[in-house]
Design a protein around this ligand. Structure first.
Ligand code: AMP
Ligand code: MG
Length: 533
């Protein structure tokens, strides 16, 4: 039926060594990149939502997606022919400290599908029960965090941000005990399982753990496998000859750096804060992954982090994300040293990537501001002025940029503060000096736009294609969760549909584009989140 054409290639399994132990108990794994482990069945799987488009791409019919068999498979109660479940081994730096072996503690890869359109997708269940990497935890995930992952990863995809995706969200029928704020108030919550997909789930931490354990041959095998499976154009360079192996490895590292930086620039563009940028959460393909206590910037604040676990240090705050990404890339470079031997070329790539970030960040800002290009001679001042203006008063980042497209630089009397009025939080508290300063920056911006010379229509179209109208505001995700806890998934479906077209106006749904309501300012789940999930 419905999935008969599906081909599972499972290249990771064929190419790389497995843990020799097959029993499922927590342990340190040596000399292997994964352990074979089956999902632990749940009591009553029921499908809540499926990404039809992704299902179709994989080769699942809509009839199959609605079947009980689908719910069983994507809750971990059954396997399709060709699936071969395993959990992978990786390590990582958590909040700046080496944490040793981590691994897929609650993620279980079902298999890798060869797509009929070309390329591959690995299907991975999150919350499918314990694995050898669970470190004493239950391997499960609660409904609230699963909704957040499903909705946000799909929203990011439709915003054009590189990300893992979500195929399905299935309710397990079992409860999971969590202490949401680690304050002794443990509660039973509904359990759920997301099936997420990516061309590869390889993380910086996979390389790091091999290097840390002195497993040089395994490190090299992982690197060679990664070239073959995930960077075939680099593998082709090797096969064609003319390049040394070392040169191709360096080229690969350069590409990982660029992809990582491209991803961060996109986060900065849309106002996304990952919240837990540990090296085990960094994808070698530069995909946003492991959606935990992430958040969306409402009022523009580079110091904001949604993660209560990081509230003190704010290591992973919005404005720090590029610096952290670069720190993480240094850790990856360290891990590659055993096979690359020389530090100097890696250091050069790292330094170049810091420059690359600055360049790409400017290109992105120029697009957000509706300019043809960033002009180094004058725009540095414009940007620092903008950064100041955005923090003079609480200003909603998403609404600010969206409204900016309707600012007419040719109208001498146009006052920017009037144009962006809907973006102000507590407009009644706006001070006259603040309004004056915003308008003064607006005058500079108008002058710059006039010199740039793009037609207003063209500018508006360019800006609306990079400044989303709709993002998954933190309180919106929480409203979906509150409803879902009462068995109502209508808002989930509504937002899922809305966020598929985040740049379109979508009349009738504009209440989802409004700034965060006041009640959500300090509410748990709306402005602060813990890692408990
Ligand atoms: P995270 O902070 O979600 O990136 O997780 C860090 C590590 O903890 C990873 O190795 C996860 O697999 C593991 N982990 C998180 N939650 C659980 C859980 N409920 N059961 C088992 N392992 C978990
Ligand atoms: Mg993680």
């Amino acid at each position: 039926m419905s999935y008969s054409g599906l081909v599972f290639e499972n290249r990771f399994l064929h190419a790389l060594p497995a843990d020799e132990i097959v029993q499922n108990y927590g342990r340190q794994v040596h000399g292997a990149l994964y352990s074979m482990v089956s999902p632990t069945p749940v009591s009553a799987p029921s499908t809540i939502i499926v990404s039809d488009e992704l299902a179709e791409q994989i080769g699942f019919s809509s009839e199959f997606c609605r079947s009980q068999q689908f719910a069983s498979v994507f809750a971990g109660n059954a396997l399709l022919p060709g699936m071969s479940p395993y959990a992978s081994r990786y390590g990582g730096h958590q909040f700046g400290h080496w944490a040793g072996q981590l691994g897929d503690g609650r993620a279980i890869n079902l298999g890798e599908v060869a797509l009929s359109s070309g390329g591959h997708l690995t299907l991975q269940l999150k919350g499918a029960g314990p694995t050898p990497y669970s470190r004493g935890a239950d391997g499960r995930a609660v409904l609230r965090s699963s909704i957040r992952e499903f909705l946000c990863s799909e929203a990011m995809h439709h915003l054009g941000v590189p990300t893992t995706r979500a195929l399905s969200l299935v309710l397990s029928g079992d409860t999971v005990v969590r202490d949401m704020f680690y304050n002794g108030n443990a509660q039973e919550e509904p359990g759920a399982i997301v099936c997420r997909t990516a061309p590869s789930f390889t993380r910086f931490g996979h390389f790091q753990l091999c290097a840390f354990k002195g497993e040089k041959e395994l490190l090299q095998r992982l690197l060679d496998y990664t070239l073959e499976a995930d960077f075939p154009h680099l593998q082709a360079m090797l096969l064609q000859g003319g390049y040394t192996r070392q040169e191709v490895y360096l080229q690969w590292f350069d590409e990982v750096c660029r992809r990582t930086i491209d991803m961060i620039v996109e986060w900065m563009r849309v106002g996304f804060v990952h919240g837990v940028m540990n090296t085990d959460n960094m994808s070698i393909l530069g995909l946003t992954m492991d959606y935990g206590p992430y958040g969306w910037v409402d009022n523009y604040d580079p110091d904001w982090t949604p993660n209560t676990t990081d509230a003190e240090m704010r290591r992973y705050r919005f404005g720090q994300q590029s610096a952290v990404a670069q720190w993480n890339l240094w850790q990856l470079a360290n891990a590659l040293l055993p096979v690359l031997h020389e530090a100097a070329p890696l250091e050069k790539i790292l330094r170049d990537s810091a420059v690359y970030y600055e360049e790409q960040w400017r290109v992105m800002l120029a697009r957000k501001l509706g300019l043809n290009a960033f002009d180094d001679a004058v725009d540095e001042g414009l940007i620092s002025g903008l950064n100041r203006v955005l923090q003079l008063h609480e200003i909603d980042m998403t609404i600010f940029y969206r409204m900016l497209a309707s600012f007419n630089p040719y109208q001498a009397e146009a006052r920017l503060a009037d144009v962006i009025l809907p973006a102000f939080y507590r407009p009644e508290e706006l001070a006259e000096e603040v309004i004056a300063e915003i308008n003064a920056w607006g005058a500079l911006y108008a002058e710059r736009l006039c010199r740039d010379g793009m037609s207003p229509e063209q500018r508006c179209a360019q800006m609306n294609a990079v400044n989303p109208k709709y993002v998954l505001r933190n309180y919106m995700a929480q409203q979906v969760i509150d409803q879902a806890h009462m068995g109502d998934y209508s808002l989930l479906h509504e937002l899922y549909a809305l966020l598929r077209n985040p740049y379109d106006e979508q009349p009738g749904l504009t209440h989802h584009a409004e700034k965060r309501p006041d009640w959500a300012r300090h509410k748990a789940g709306c402005s602060m989140l813990s890692c408990s999930s």
